[in-house]
Design a protein. Structure first.
Length: 359
């Protein structure tokens, strides 16, 4: 297994996609003897553009164009087509679930019905969790086959993007193990997944903090209808690290704790107008209040799970005016008070195993 990739800082000033993701999207078509030239030409990509990066919005449009041409949301990569509309019903399967864990479980079970080649499973162990993608049917004879590489990239991106959308915020991946050699476009993995990528592993496993699975699902039918405008290609534009106004605001608000500067002050420090700040955050699929609340939530749940810090001290350090306000916030996030949430996190290590047949 190779060492984690350590690319240079991602190019925050431009949101573009490496050419390897474009050719990967066409790999299934090429493997089946199809000619990708008409699709490339329709997208304004000529022979001289080989190797050039594609603007993110053009990539999202190209994604949908390829799906429409193939009538396959799986890009002809699998043993049977993933018919158009599959992504919509993948999202619908998760709506109405109480937590992200429940929603992703529903989504993975729906995927079992429509995509026999791959299986997605999520496991929790203590403070850590893993999203694993298993090959039920071999995707290619060679580990580095472009069709196999893109199929695994695509499904991880799809599930991670869906999880972020359901939770209404970006969800950080701590590290990802990929079961193929480092591809030429791997530097972009720092933008799409995480900078901590490992290659030549024995399976695809994305590692993240388990408390994220307890986040409530914040999307409803109305939000889904808006999200489906431009989907599934639209998901490629969300929750990337080069959509960096969100990250800059997060960094500034986190550093300011326990103070909680308002939008006007944050805009001043970032040298933009409040109107521009709101517009940029909206373009990146977020908002000022959501970011501020997500920072408090992440820190609070992490410390409740990992430390014995008193609830009163934690509330003060997060800038809450009083402990009761923090209690109400915690109940809104998790359905539990801070004390009950802490007991629940530690309960699996202390309670006896369930009897046979228990759920």
């Amino acid at each position: 297994m190779s060492d984690p990739a350590t690319p240079a800082d991602p190019p925050h000033q431009r949101a573009t996609v490496a050419h390897g993701f474009v050719t990967g999207m066409l790999a299934g078509l090429v493997r089946r003897g199809g000619d990708p030239a008409p699709l490339l030409a329709a997208a304004g990509i000529g022979p001289r553009d080989t190797g050039q990066r594609m603007a993110l919005d053009r990539y999202a449009a190209f994604y949908n164009r390829v799906i429409a041409a193939l009538d396959d949301e799986g890009f002809a990569l699998f043993s049977q087509p993933l018919r158009r509309g599959s992504f919509e019903f993948l999202c619908r399967a998760a709506l109405g679930a109480p937590t992200l864990a429940d929603g992703l479980d529903r989504a993975s079970r729906f995927l079992d019905l429509v995509l026999p080649d791959l299986r997605v499973r999520i496991a929790r162990r203590g403070a850590d969790a893993t999203l694993a993608i298993e090959e039920r049917i071999a995707l290619a004879a060679r580990a580095d086959d472009p069709a196999r590489v893109f199929a695994l990239e695509w499904l991880l991106r799809l599930f991670h993007g869906l999880a972020c959308w359901l939770a209404g915020r970006g969800l950080a991946l701590d590290a990802v193990d990929f079961p193929y050699p480092r591809p030429a476009h791997a530097d972009d993995y720092a933008l799409v997944y995480t900078a901590h990528s490992r290659f030549d592993c024995d399976g695809l496993r994305a590692h993240f903090r388990a408390h994220l699975l307890d986040l409530p699902i914040r999307r409803d039918e109305a939000a889904l209808n808006a999200f489906l405008d431009g989907a599934p290609g639209k998901i490629t534009m969300l929750y990337r690290r080069d959509r960096n106004m969100v990250q800059r605001v997060r960094d500034l608000l986190r550093a300011a704790l326990p103070e909680t500067p308002g939008v006007a002050e944050v805009a001043r420090r970032l040298h933009v107008s409040p109107r521009t700040l709101h517009r940029r955050l909206d373009e990146e699929g977020s908002g000022f209040r959501r970011i501020r609340e997500a920072i408090r939530r992440d820190i609070a749940l992490d410390r409740l799970a990992k430390t014995r810090q008193s609830v009163a001290t934690l509330a003060a350090e997060l800038g809450y005016a009083d402990t009761s306000t923090f209690y109400r916030a915690c109940v809104a996030w998790t359905g539990l008070s801070p004390d009950r949430f802490r007991r629940r996190i530690h309960a699996p290590t202390t309670r006896p195993p369930a009897a046979a047949g228990d759920e």
